[in-house]
Design a protein around this ligand. Structure first.
Ligand code: 3PG
Ligand code: MG
Length: 409
């Protein structure tokens, strides 16, 4: 049916499970404390189900990237999980060495342990096939101690990394409940979105978005694209509008002539499907002040969409049956510039549409506005979600599918 196994396909009672999750969390830069545990909470159905089956659960996860300030061990993650499940979660400061192996061997039924940040293993992020990764020290040391591999790390499924794919070549493997729910919900939308479908992109990055928008329109996954935030500014600039020095500066490294050229091509090809702001809110000395795009350039920062734009975008969204939200409409952390995000997101939440939200900042905005229960699907994915919506295959999911096929033979 799905092409991959789920928890329902195996008898996991009293078995040892290697469970790969995505607990890559936002941390406080000064204290390194965890700011938001959403990604842990979303894996709880899988963990609780496995505890009820008396399985031994060995959690494998990553935090940050090597060399980055948020590249930490997993001790705090284990603590946070312990609080959420009300059961001890032992942190092991080792990944596959003697300490980790001894800890796994001495587990009792229903025990949960968390191994250290798997990206501390040098070969974790190498670009290899599952079969090649299966020969790694990580897989060779851990897989003989386990009966099954379960992947619940949807948000990392766009990576080919060792712990995400290598075990599928040597252990019976399944998708966890979160992975399953994300894939089932999002597949329906990619294959057959209820029409019309409107995709709204905002936030602070735009170079990856050019290809995403092109694919969404080409595949007819999206009927209309609405742009806010920095992507909107970049698209307006590509159309020849002078935003003012401050605003052009913010476009930064992504503002290359090649990118503007690509945007121009996209705008020519899909002129009637891409909607850009009509006005903005700028930060003058007295705070919020609205300006029409015909009055640009400005010496002030454009930090939000203006009222005309909000009304026009709300109108477009009102006709939709599927709405995808990725990225806030402005600098929503600043109360004076939250209006665009607040009005658009609240409008979507109150409509009878299938709404999908993805990406860390977007989910944070939805939670800040208290709308989380009115959104149809809140994805844990950022990059993975984007790739999936574009119609790209996710290597970790492909690995689960191959594992299922292999077992059939
Ligand atoms: C993410 O948060 O994007 C995933 O955990 C993958 O992490 P990465 O982008 O550092 O590979
Ligand atoms: Mg990422």
């Amino acid at each position: 049916m799905n092409g991959y196994n789920t928890i329902d396909d195996f008898k996991l009672e009293n078995k040892t499970i290697l469970l790969r999750v995505d607990f890559n969390l936002p941390l406080n830069k000064k204290t390194l404390e965890i700011i938001d545990t959403t990604r842990i909470e979303r894996v709880l159905p899988t963990i609780k189900e496995l505890i009820n089956k008396n399985s031994k659960i060995v959690i494998i996860a990553h935090q940050g990237r090597r060399g980055d300030w948020d590249f930490t061990d997993m001790r705090k993650h284990a603590e946070a999980l312990k609080k959420l499940i009300g059961k001890n979660v032992k942190f092991i400061d080792d990944i596959y060495g003697i300490k980790a192996r001894t800890a796994i061997k001495s587990m009792k039924q229903g025990d949960v342990i968390m191994l250290d940040n798997v990206r501390k293993y040098n070969n974790e992020t190498e670009n290899k096939t599952p079969e090649e990764h299966a020969k790694s020290e990580l897989v060779q040391n851990l897989y003989p101690l386990a009966d099954y591999f379960i992947n619940d790390a949807f948000a990392a499924a766009h990576r080919k990394q060792c712990s995400l794919t290598g075990f599928t070549a040597v252990l019976p493997s399944a998708a966890g409940r979160l992975m399953q729910k994300e894939l089932e919900t999002l597949s329906k939308i990619v294959a057959n979105p209820e029409k019309p479908s409107v995709f709204l992109f905002g936030g602070a990055k735009f170079s990856d978005l050019i290809i995403t928008i092109e694919r969404l329109l080409e595949n007819k996954t999206a009927d209309k694209i609405i742009l806010t935030g920095l992507p909107a500014n970049a698209f307006l600039k590509a159309e020849g509008i002078n935003l003012g020095d401050k605003n052009e500066e913010i476009l930064g490294k992504e503002g290359t002539p090649e990118n503007y050229q690509e945007i121009k091509k996209l705008l020519t090809k899909y002129k009637d499907s891409i909607y850009l702001p009509l006005d903005f809110a700028q930060q003058t000395n007295t705070s919020r002040n609205e300006i029409d795009i015909s009055n640009l350039p400005t010496q002030y920062n454009l930090f939000d969409i203006g009222k005309k734009t909000i009304d026009s975008f709300k109108n477009i969204i009102s006709d939709a049956k599927t709405v995808f939200l990725s990225g806030p409409c402005g600098v929503f952390e600043n109360p004076a510039f939250m209006k665009g995000t607040e009005e658009i997101f609240t409008h979507v939440a109150n409509l009878d549409v299938f709404s999908i939200v993805g990406g860390g900042h977007t989910v944070a905005a939805v939670e800040k506005l208290g709308l989380e229960n009115k959104i149809s699907h809140i994805s844990t994915g950022g990059g993975a979600l984007e790739k999936f919506m574009m119609g790209e295959k996710l290597p970790a999911v492909e690995a689960l599918k191959n594992a299922k096929n292999r077992n059939k033979k």
